[in-house]
Ligand binder design. Sequence first.
Ligand SMILES: NC(=O)c1ccc[n+]([C@@H]2O[C@H](COP(=O)([O-])OP(=O)(O)OC[C@H]3O[C@@H](n4cnc5c(N)ncnc54)[C@H](OP(=O)(O)O)[C@@H]3O)[C@@H](O)[C@H]2O)c1
Length: 291
Amino acid sequence: MSARIIDGAAMASEVRAEIAERVRAHMAAGHRRPKLVAVLVGDDPGSQSYVKSKTQGCAEAGMDSDTIRLPAETSHDRVLAEVQRLNEDASVTGILVQLPLPPQVDEQVIVRAIDPRKDVDGLHPYNLGLLMEGSPYTVPATPLGVQQMLLRTGNDPAGARVVIVGRSMLVGRPLSVLLSQRGAGANATVTIAHTGTRDLGVVTREAEILVVAAGVPGMVDASMVRPGAVVIDVGVNRIADASRKSGSRLVGDVDYASVSEVASAITPVPGGVGPMTVTMVISNTLRAAGG
Ligand SMILES: NC(=O)c1ccc[n+]([C@@H]2O[C@H](COP(=O)([O-])OP(=O)(O)OC[C@H]3O[C@@H](n4cnc5c(N)ncnc54)[C@H](OP(=O)(O)O)[C@@H]3O)[C@@H](O)[C@H]2O)c1
């Protein structure tokens, strides 16, 4: 079997066109243009490129955006003050503090300082709590993107056995809650695997839908995948590649070559979950604006 490739870049572009339509309607109804402000501390190339794609995505969706760049040595108090200023600025709809932050900045305090109504990453405990309760307001962007990818490719998780490898607060845990809740686009039977899981391959082979978010290049191979499963690879890992001019390339957590022979559908890396994550931040910004 050769898997269908789930093209996240094409899907993201479609979703952005839909958001642009909704932004036009929102503004036609007399509302202000939604605006996303990203706070970027330091000059990590990965973080810079994520923030750039989010601001480009905003432009495509007809929204305003701005990036506040702070040097890597910025103090915790200075970052906190910036977040508080953005909370109070009525022209700002959504605030995105790009993670990870440098070690002198307490990430948990910063995330908790964001006004939950402007928390477009959905990582504030208030938003995570609402998700847990089954009445989500802002859902973290990567889980939301994964859910959209399943629904938009006709792979409704309802009733399916889903296995998620990874239990981070950014991806695995909120995704498990999202897909196992009652209601449309969910109702799955979800198992979470992690480094404490015994016989990982036995667990992952149970999955009709397998989501891998571990941060370990190529850790899931064909022997760990049930034939016909839908495989969503969240992992983004930079590995050395002497054949590339840059000396490196991006790969996922799934061994794409072998798994695409047994899966029915698979997301590539790059061009899979990443563009949908960016687009869900933009969608969350429109939602925060009430659109
Ligand atoms: N495409 C996107 O938009 C997007 C967004 C976010 C993250 N990512 C990528 O997704 C990956 C995961 O990110 P994250 O923030 O969730 O990472 P993280 O915080 O490091 O969490 C990784 C999780 O995977 C589990 N894990 C690691 N190695 C494992 C193994 N050998 N067997 C079983 N479980 C294992 C860990 O288990 P323990 O809890 O037991 O340690 C942990 O729960 C990274 O490559 C990241 O770059 C991509």
